[in-house]
Design a protein around this ligand. Structure first.
Ligand SMILES: Nc1ncnc2c1ncn2[C@@H]1O[C@H](COP(=O)(O)OP(=O)(O)OP(=O)(O)O)[C@@H](O)[C@H]1O
Ligand SMILES: [Mg+2]
Length: 218
């Protein structure tokens, strides 16, 4: 479970209050979407939930542990254990195959080689791409690359998958394939937070939230 309690983020550089006393509970198995205008604080919220940044005020409980004010090093360790990220730009490593990309987080966790390949292949199968395991990103369509990126986010069995505009760079059919995959992951018990400009994508979530000037509604 993820819980923000009166969470605020003020960027020291410019004094902007990007999150203003946000309260949010994400239960295990939830699928929530967060919409909001440009600059409303969506990426800031994702960075906080994903332990990429720390709060200036308030508390963040991740699986019951208070994590709002950890050091960058402590956050990094927890992040690799607990969080799966999906970004608009896929962020796959171009010199690696789909299988190697998906297996990479397991390598960082010290999982033995044979187990890494087995687990990565099983997840590629779940996203419908086991026949593309040995393809490099440039040999895959945008939608396929995003599904590989989702497989990479899922392979470590994180507490939550955080997706920031995962369909924004895709044509409608590819976006649908990604949204269908999120739906399947949700139905199999995964916890998802989908940050999006796309009304259609937002409606796919089980629960909708909306950010306005750093305040969260819904
Ligand atoms: N690293 C930073 N340093 C200073 N200000 C920042 C930083 N990141 C974001 N901001 C400011 O915080 C506010 C919220 O930004 P954020 O990136 O969270 O918005 P967003 O909702 O993701 O926007 P978009 O839809 O354009 O991606 C904006 O006013 C932005 O300029
Ligand atoms: Mg953003």
């Amino acid at each position: 479970m993820l819980k923000l309690i009166h969470a605020s983020k003020i960027y020291a550089k410019n004094g902007i209050c990007a999150l203003n006393a946000v309260d949010l509970t994400v239960q295990d198995g939830d699928y929530i979407s967060v919409t909001g205008a440009s600059g409303s604080g969506k990426s800031t919220l994702m960075h906080i939930l994903g332990l990429l940044d720390s709060l200036t005020d308030g508390e963040y409980l991740l699986d019951g542990a208070a994590v709002a004010h950890l050091s960058a090093k402590q956050r990094a360790r927890l992040r690799s254990e607990k969080i799966g990220f999906v970004f608009q730009q896929f962020r796959l490593l171009t010199g690696m195959t789909a299988l190697e990309n998906v297996a990479l987080p397991l390598a960082l966790q010290g999982v033995p080689r044979h187990e890494r390949s087995e687990r990565a292949l099983a997840v590629l199968e779940r996203v419908g791409l086991s026949d593309r395991a040995n393809h490099r990103p440039h040999q895959l369509s945008g939608g396929q690359q995003q599904r590989v990126a989702i497989a990479r986010a899922v392979v470590t069995e994180p507490c939550v998958i955080l997706a920031d505009e995962p369909t924004a760079g895709l044509d409608p059919a590819a976006a649908d394939s990604v949204l269908e995959l999120f739906d399947r992951l949700h139905r199999s018990g995964h916890t998802l937070v989908l940050i999006t400009h796309d009304e259609r994508a937002a409606q796919c979530a089980a629960r909708r939230m909306h950010l306005e000037n750093g305040c969260l509604f819904g």
